[in-house]
Design a binder for this molecule. Structure first.
Ligand code: SAH
Length: 350
């Protein structure tokens, strides 16, 4: 079976045999990759038209109890100046975002123990009270099912928790002993059971990743059936133990975005900041490969440089309004338009 035939069947049936996925992850010439991208674009156009959803990212703390080997805000990085935002600061980020047309706020941070469930619920409750028509997405790592339930009841709608890799051995090479893939997966299933719109995902080109581990990722995603999938290239960070590794590939990230769009036509798929960091046109290319979401930064400028998951992160110097203007223009140039809606999973556009 040649690659084009496999792509045609994936387009038609949203799945192919594992052996065929494996083939799509292998060598692929530029023409075929473009063919794949066109098919994915066709699907995202069918579902979303030329509409791009925005999520305002608020990086509210860079304290973290974990020590993930790839991440710049890992506990043992002593070079990073730690911060967390106050409730007032977070609400003020939301207000700025709201005025710019954002209808989803993503609260992302390290696993910061100073934010108890009570504090988090109070925060979620107040954001929701002030911005009732907005969705709240949390991205704050692994918690107990009870905690997830409490945040949900306080008003959280969605949760992003990248599984990072669906292969046990690979997971152990990226994380310290006290973390486990089993727990990470449990968290994702708990979140689904509670009723969140759930996002999983991986870093493309993370150390020790292989085509086989990616195949496992695709199969795991088929099992989880996520509403959102966050993927971006792995990028080295100078204060981590992976500082000397290679960055992930933009081309391969784009290929995976297209494969995911064909597998999950309705999934909410961001063109990530990491993609825009490795290629100045990365986010535009991501959209043209099938992505339909952008997640601009709403964090106050004074903390942006401190939320250094990886090196050379873009958009750390501009105010939210400037970033927004720049994105609007970029997106318009490729024939898409940013819309001021929540952009829930399965939302029908009339
Ligand atoms: N503490 C939260 C949020 C983590 S940051 C959690 O555990 O989910 C969000 C994502 O950034 C991570 O899931 C990871 O996939 C990505 N990330 C971290 N370090 C990175 C790096 N060096 N390069 C690219 N992406 C990275």
């Amino acid at each position: 079976m040649n690659n084009r035939e496999i792509i045609d069947r994936l387009y038609k049936n949203t799945t192919v045999e594992p052996e065929e996925f494996r083939q799509l992850l292998g060598d692929m010439d530029a023409d075929t990759q473009e063919y794949l991208s066109e098919k994915a674009r066709k699907v995202s156009r069918r579902i979303f038209g030329n509409r791009i959803y925005l999520r305002g990212l608020i990086e509210f703390t860079n304290y973290c109890k974990n020590d993930c080997f790839y991440c710049g805000i890992r506990r043992s990085n002593q070079q990073v100046e730690r911060y967390h935002l106050s409730k007032e600061e977070i609400l003020s980020c939301c207000k700025t975002g709201y005025d710019l047309g954002f209808r989803t706020f993503v609260l992302q941070g390290g696993e910061d123990l100073s934010f108890s469930d009570e504090i988090l619920c109070d925060l979620i409750y107040h954001i929701k009270k002030q911005f009732p028509e907005c969705a709240i997405t949390l991205s704050i790592g692994e918690k107990s099912k009870e905690s997830y339930q409490r945040y949900f009841e306080a008003g959280a709608d969605r949760y992003l928790l990248r599984h990072e890799t669906a292969n046990e051995e690979h997971y152990r090479k990226l994380h310290p002993k006290e973390m486990s893939l089993v727990n990470r997966k449990h968290c994702l299933f708990h979140l689904k059971e509670i009723g969140y719109q759930v996002g999983c995902g991986i870093m493309v080109g993370s150390p020790y990743q292989t085509k086989e581990t990616i195949l496992e990722d695709l199969l795991f995603m088929k099992e989880l059936k996520p509403h959102m999938i966050g993927i971006g290239p792995f990028i080295t960070q100078k204060n981590t133990i992976f500082a000397e590794f290679q960055n992930g590939s933009v081309e391969f990230t784009l290929r995976l975005l297209s494969i995911l769009r064909l597998m999950f036509p309705q999934v909410l798929l961001p063109a990530t900041t990491a993609l825009g960091t490795l290629d100045p046109m990365g986010r535009e290319k991501g959209i043209l490969a099938g992505a339909n979401v952008l997640m601009p930064n709403l964090s106050p400028i004074k903390v942006r440089e401190k939320y250094t998951l990886y090196d050379n992160k873009i958009c750390t110097g501009e105010e939210a309004a400037e970033c927004n203007q720049c994105l609007q223009e970029r997106i318009k140039k490729i024939g898409y338009t940013i819309v001021k809606v929540r952009g829930d999973y399965g939302e029908i556009y009339k």
